[in-house]
Design a binder for this molecule. Structure first.
Ligand code: FES
Length: 142
């Protein structure tokens, strides 16, 4: 595996918690993502913004709220299934979080998404870094 793409030791990704990291897209822009472990031991990752207001982060750097396999948006209470990314409750119900491809190998979690390069662990340091370019545009385009 490409060590430059190693996000974290796999043992550090645990069920019920999110781990924040920063990626760089093809345009050189920084964005945030988080990874977590599912109950079946799979590690998944998503971009770190709500589908309701895309400038709202789900993980503010100290871990998102996760219960029963779902991550919560603490702004208006939307919940997203971590296995599918699907929002099953809240103002953006029916939307889907943007997934980020990761693989587990050699005891680590590696970024394996053609759209992004791994930058560093933790927040991006950019105020609003949503994939849509920020702003309060919800998943319906409103
Ligand atoms: S900003 Fe996330 S539910 Fe409203």
């Amino acid at each position: 595996m490409d060590e430059a793409a190693r996000v974290v030791d796999a043992d550090d990704v645990v069920e019920g918690e999110t781990l924040l990291f920063t990626v760089r897209d093809d345009d050189g822009d920084l964005g945030e993502a988080f990874c977590t472990r599912l109950s079946d031991d799979t590690v998944v990752a998503y971009r770190n913004y709500c589908q309701h207001w895309t400038d709202v982060h789900l993980d503010n750097g100290d871990g998102a709220r996760v219960t029963n396999g779902e991550v919560w948006c603490q702004k208006h209470g939307a919940t997203f299934q971590l296995d599918t990314g699907y929002c099953d409750f809240g103002p953006c119900e029916g939307s889907v979080m943007e997934s980020v491809d990761v693989v587990v190998a050699d005891g680590g979690v590696y970024l394996a998404d053609d759209e992004y390069d791994f930058e560093h662990r933790g927040p991006s340091g950019v105020d609003s870094d949503a994939g849509t370019g920020g702003g309060r545009i919800d998943f319906t385009g409103n």
